[in-house]
Design a binder for this molecule. Structure first.
Ligand SMILES: *Cc1c(COP(=O)(O)O)cnc(C)c1O
Length: 394
C-alpha cells in the first residue's frame, strides 16, 4: 500500500511509510523486540538477519520520518548526539566545517572536544549573517552545519541562502531542525542536503524517549548513514522507535497548539511589567521576524525566552512555578522552564554566552499544550503578579 504522492502533510504524518503488519494485519507496527531472525536456509531469509542492521519497527519509523521531511531515506539513532556524530564521522583530518556559533551545547562539545582530536577544523560563525559565512569558507570546507532557530536566543538563519553558499563552495549543508519541527520548517525543500533531529523533542513529544534521526536526499548520503548506523551501532531501540512513531502521528496537532501557546505567552510576557525583554520569532519585535515569517510560514513553535532584571529575580521566579516544571529538554506536551546560563548552557564559557546574548537573567520556556490561561496564570504568579488583566481574562 503506497501513499498517494499527492497526500498532504497531516496525512503523511499518520500514514507515511506505514503498512499493516503482514503476518497479522495489526494496524500499528508491532515492537519487534528481537535480536536475530531465523533463516530458512543458507542465504535464504526475509531481508532481516541481525537487529543492529535491520529491525522492522525502526524501519517503519525511518520510512515515516523520511516521508515527513520529504527526504529519500531516514536513519534513526540512539540519540540526537549520535545522529550528529554519524554526520561528523564522515569527515577526515584536515577537513573544515562551518558551524552556527550558537549551536546546541552538546553539538559544540562533540565538535570541539572530540572531532578536533582527529584533526577536523571547526569555525563557529554567526550563520544569521550570510556574509560572515561566505568569508569563513576555505578550500577545505566540506560541511556547513546550521541550527535554526537557535537555543535559547532563537536566532534565525536563512536556510536557502546557506544552501546557495554551500553549493557554490562544494560543501554539504546539514540543518538541525529540532527546534522548528518539519511542520514549521522544511530544510530539504530550501536546498539542504541533510536534516537532523533530536527525536527526544517535538517528534516524540511526550518526554519519554531519547533518540535522533538523519534524513537524507542523495544516494551517496543514504549509503553512508546506513553504513555508519550499522558499523558504529548507535541504533534506536525497537521500543523507542515505536514511541516516536506514535508521536509523529499527532505532530501537526501538537505543533499548532505549541505555536499558539508560544505566541500567546510571548505576547503576555511582552506586556508584563516585570519582564525586560522577550525573544520569540513570532513577535514583530524579533529582529528577524520577517525572515522567520518567510521560513516558518505555518507557525513559530513553542520555544521562547525572556529576561528579568537580574539573576536573583530569575532564580526567585524559577522557584515559584507551580504548573510549569523546572527541567532541561523541550518540545513536549508539558510546559518546561529552565535557566540556560546555569543548566543547558553551563558548559558554554561566560564570554561566549555574552557574545550570543545569553544573560544570567534569561529564562527559557518550552511551551506545552496545556490551556494557555493556566500557563499565563502560573507565569503571572511566578513573576509576582501585576500582569495586564485584559490578557488574563481572555
Ligand atoms: C536536544 C538537542 C540535541 C541533542 O539531542 P539528544 O537527543 O539529547 O542527544 C541536538 N540538537 C538540538 C537542537 C537539541 O535540542
Amino acid at each position: 500500500m503506497k501513499l498517494d504522492p499527492r497526500a498532504r502533510f497531516d496525512t503523511i504524518c499518520v500514514h507515511g511509510g506505514q503498512v499493516p503488519d503482514p503476518s497479522t494485519g495489526a494496524i500499528t507496527t508491532p515492537i519487534f523486540q528481537t535480536s536475530t531472525y531465523v533463516q530458512e536456509g543458507l542465504g535464504r531469509h526475509k531481508g532481516y538477519e541481525y537487529a543492529r542492521t535491520q529491525n522492522p519497527t525502526r524501519a517503519a519509523l525511518e520510512a515515516n520520518l523520511a516521508a515527513i521531511e520529504g527526504g529519500t531515506a531516514a536513519f534513526a539513532y540512539a540519540s540526537g548526539m549520535s545522529a550528529i556524530n554519524a554526520i561528523a564521522a564522515r569527515l577526515s583530518t584536515g577537513d573544515h566545517v562551518i558551524v552556527t556559533d550558537n549551536t546546541y551545547g552538546g553539538t559544540f562539545r562533540l565538535f570541539d572536544k572530540v572531532f578536533t582530536h582527529y584533526g577536523v577544523v571547526f569555525s563557529f560563525v554567526d550563520t544569521s549573517q550570510p556574509d560572515l559565512v561566505e568569508r569563513a569558507f576555505t578550500t577545505k570546507t566540506k560541511l556547513l552545519f546550521v541550527e535554526t532557530p537557535t537555543n535559547p536566543v532563537l536566532r534565525i538563519t536563512d536556510i536557502a541562502a546557506m544552501a546557495a553558499l554551500a553549493r557554490r563552495h562544494g560543501a554539504k549543508l546539514a540543518v538541525d531542525n529540532t527546534f522548528a519541527s518539519p511542520c514549521l520548517q522544511r530544510p530539504l525543500e530550501l536546498g539542504a542536503d541533510l536534516v537532523i533531529h533530536s527525536t527526544t523533542k517535538y517528534l516524540n513529544g511526550h518526554s519519554d524517549s531519547v533518540g535522533g534521526v538523519v534524513i537524507v536526499r542523495l544516494d551517496d548520503d543514504l549509503e553512508w548513514f546506513k553504513f555508519i548506523q550499522n558499523a558504529a551501532g548507535a541504533i534506536l531501540s525497537p521500543f523507542d522507535s515505536w514511541l516516536v512513531l506514535r508521536g509523529t502521528k499527532t505532530l501537526p496537532l501538537r505543533m499548532v497548539k505549541h505555536s499558539a501557546n508560544g505566541l500567546a505567552l510571548a505576547t503576555f510576557l511582552e506586556r508584563h511589567p516585570k519582564v525586560r525583554r522577550v525573544i520569540y520569532p513570532g513577535l514583530p519585535s524579533h529582529p528577524q521576524h520577517d525572515l522567520a515569517k518567510r521560513q516558518m510560514p505555518h507557525g513559530f513553535g513553542g520555544m521562547l525566552a525572556f529576561e528579568v532584571d537580574s539573576f536573583e529575580t530569575a532564580r526567585d521566579v524559577l522557584g515559584r512555578f507551580r504548573l510549569m516544571a523546572l527541567a532541561e529538554s523541550l518540545g513536549s506536551v508539558e510546559t518546561l522552564v529552565c535557566h540556560p546560563a546555569s543548566m543547558t548552557h553551563a558548559s558554554v564559557p561566560p564570554d561566549r554566552r555574552k557574545a550570543i546574548g545569553l544573560s544570567d537573567s534569561l529564562i527559557r520556556i518550552s511551551t506545552g499544550i496545556e490551556d494557555v490561561r493556566d500557563l499565563e496564570a502560573d507565569l503571572d504568579q511566578a513573576l509576582g503578579g501585576r500582569a495586564d488583566r485584559a490578557t488574563q481574562s481572555r
